[in-house]
Design a protein around this ligand. Structure first.
Ligand code: DLZ
Length: 212
């Protein structure tokens, strides 16, 4: 049966080759999680994001996702700054330790200081919440979705909402492309990978005042 539901594809093929993306995933309902993470990674790579620029971290459950996303974003800024500092520190600039090059009277070669890792351009938060017989599901769905929204607004880094909030196992399987019987469903992780590249690219452009 046809449906009007779903995202329309953008006409722009966003280039992810200069982007750095983190995936933070929960470990509850692991079979579904693994398929969603694989789907997201596949689309990130398809858009050109380098494997070395995809960082995957895990947390116990979905409730931990917002805190972890916030810390991972902050840590990537520290890391980006630390790379330069560490490299300069490694050259003993401004320190009293002996420098063999200066002792010989030959100027030390000017090093090429490469920054291997910049801050994350987007984070994909992936979790699978399956409704049980108590109110637990409602509380976690509500708080996690609000908190993930807050993280992206507070940090200015797009956080992709990769949290399935489903009523049963079958719904979860179908949203990971693992449905049983005739309906395999669709792997939503793929959509989240594409959304991350689009939002990261657009965030850079918008930040530069570019709207065309
Ligand atoms: C406790 C719990 C339950 C019952 N169900 C889920 C779930 O379906 N999906 C999920 O990601 N996490 C679940 N958790 C774990 C909580 O998210 C959290 O990890 C714990 O309450 C510890 O803070």
């Amino acid at each position: 049966m046809s449906t009007i539901k779903g995202i329309s594809q953008t006409e722009v093929a966003y280039d992810g080759s200069s982007l750095r993306v983190a995936i933070v995933h929960a470990r509850w309902n692991r079979v579904i999680i693994d398929a969603l993470v694989s789907g997201a990674v596949a689309k990130l790579k398809e858009r050109g994001v380098k494997e070395s620029n995809i960082v995957i971290q895990s947390v116990p459950g979905s409730f931990e996702l917002p805190f972890a996303c916030q810390k991972v974003i902050a840590g990537s800024h520290v890391q980006a700054g630390a790379n330069v500092t560490d490299l300069l520190g490694g050259l003993n600039i401004g320190s009293n330790s002996p420098n063999p090059a200066s002792r010989s009277g030959t100027p030390a070669p000017v090093p090429v200081v490469a920054i291997p890792s910049g801050p994350f351009d987007a984070v994909i938060a992936i979790g699978v919440l399956i409704k049980g017989s108590t109110m637990h599901f409602e509380y976690i769905c509500e708080s996690v979705s609000h908190a993930l929204m807050r993280v992206q607004l507070d940090t200015g880094v797009p956080v992709i909402f990769g949290v399935l909030t489903v009523l049963n196992d079958q719904q979860a399987l179908e949203r990971a492309g693992l449905g049983e019987g005739g309906n395999k469903g669709h792997n939503h992780g793929e959509d989240w990978g594409l959304a991350a590249v689009e939002m990261a690219s657009q965030t850079r452009r918008w930040g530069e005042g570019k709207f065309v």
